[in-house]
Design a binder for this molecule. Structure first.
Ligand SMILES: *Cc1c(COP(=O)(O)O)cnc(C)c1O
Length: 398
């Protein structure tokens, strides 16, 4: 049987069984649902996109996968070239992996080893309260192979701070000579509750990281490709390492990338074998994933997705600004994300089924009801999502 994610298997309700999917719609045997979650935020072009499907089929007819250990291929080469052009600054060096969590692990290993390669001990990581960077745990630590892991023996301590300037200053004051990196989900913290914060925090973080040679890592697995209303937050403040996943895949097949600037790459580029990055997921640079990502970026540019996202944001404000209820703590809107935070998560019990009956798939969690729809969504469909959210409070408000 299937063991489902984040579920108490004993009490979970039966999941909706999807038999088809096209555009913004998921189909069950008896219902057609607007996917307001974009399959965990990755399905930005909609399901069964003819060009993406064609790209993956064409590649499948050649080959589906070869490892990048000692081999290379055109889809991976083209994707790294494309990302180099598409991403800001000198974020030019692409390390591929098979999921966002692994790409985050890679970024953290890079930051630690960046320092050990320079003969410095910097065992600490600075991160944000309410951060989410993936679910991986201990694979490397339980492994026992000095040749793979020698660079990472030191235990990494993590310090968490809120997204407040005073806390940022204090953390750098205290720890600057021990920090190897500061990792953030920039502007929008997703799984931690769709929390939004100001760019000035990241601008100051960039200055402090420069001052103390601490690497700034942007985990844009969720925010990348327009979700915040910026192509990448990295367009506004340039990190040293950028992690992309989710929307990069067009929602077709798991893949991610850790992209670094010249400074980081140079710290590994040497005559010493022990300065190499000892990491290599089996499915890194998967040919199907690269082919579909290339096509996805092409469509993102050609169809001017940024203007689609601006339109979604405008409609979101029009429909949701000022919506209130005594049970609602806050309505937050940024780019292609709308979040309704309630005081008590129990208020959202039953909302998923309520939405289902109205033709919307939603997956509220904890105290958060949200929409992160595919960018190709039509205005009427978007309004249906918001009307469904509002109707829930209006109905149970009686
Ligand atoms: C989803 C997510 C991840 C993990 O990505 P997976 O592909 O699920 O491993 C990492 N960071 C952020 C910010 C995410 O939203």
């Amino acid at each position: 049987m299937i063991w489902y994610p984040y579920e108490q298997m004993k009490t979970m309700r039966t999941p909706y069984k999807i038999v088809d999917a096209e555009g913004v719609y998921l189909y069950t045997e008896d219902q057609k649902l607007i996917d307001s979650v974009s399959s965990w935020w990755c399905m930005i072009h909609g399901y069964k996109h003819p060009e993406l499907t064609a790209a993956i089929k064409e590649q499948a007819d050649r080959f589906c996968h070869v490892m990048l250990g000692g081999l290379t291929h055109e889809p991976a080469q083209k994707l790294s070239q494309k990302l180099q052009e598409f991403l800001p600054g000198d974020l030019d060096y692409c390390f591929f992996s098979d999921s966002g969590s692994v790409a985050v692990e890679v970024s953290l290993k890079m930051a630690l080893q960046y320092n050990t390669n320079m003969g410095r001990k910097r065992p600490m990581v600075l991160a944000l309260e309410h951060a989410y960077h993936g679910d991986t745990f201990k694979a490397m630590e339980v492994g026992d192979d000095e040749d793979y892991h020698f660079a990472f023996e030191e235990k990494q301590d993590v310090v968490h701070i809120p997204t407040e300037l005073a806390a940022l200053e204090e953390a750098f004051d205290k720890y600057h000579d021990r920090l190897n990196c500061f990792i953030v989900e920039p502007l929008l913290q997703g799984a931690g509750g769709m929390r939004m914060y100001d760019i000035s925090f990241l601008q100051r973080a960039r200055e402090l990281c420069d001052q103390y040679d601490v690497l700034l890592i942007f985990d844009e697995v969720a925010t990348g490709f327009g979700r915040t209303g910026n192509r990448f937050v990295a367009d506004l403040v340039l990190p040293d390492i950028l992690v992309l996943g989710k929307a990069l895949t067009g929602g077709y097949i798991g893949h991610a990338v850790t992209v670094t600037n010249h400074k980081v790459f140079q710290a590994f580029y040497s005559d010493n074998d022990r300065h190499a990055l000892m990491h290599g997921p089996t499915f890194m640079g998967n040919a199907l994933a690269c082919a579909v990502a290339l096509k996805g970026i092409e469509i993102f540019e050609r169809e001017d997705y940024m203007s689609k996202i601006k339109r979604i944001e405008k409609i979101s404000h029009r429909e949701m600004d000022g919506f209130s209820d005594p049970r609602i703590k806050e309505v937050r809107i940024m780019g292609g994300c709308v979040c309704v935070e309630v005081y008590d998560g129990a208020v959202l019990d039953g909302f998923q089924q309520f939405a289902y009956e109205r033709g919307v798939f939603s997956r509220p969690f904890l105290n958060y009801m949200y929409s992160m729809a595919p960018y190709i969504i039509e205005e009427t469909e978007l309004v249906t999502i918001f009307d469904t959210m509002k109707a829930w409070f209006e109905r149970t408000g009686a």
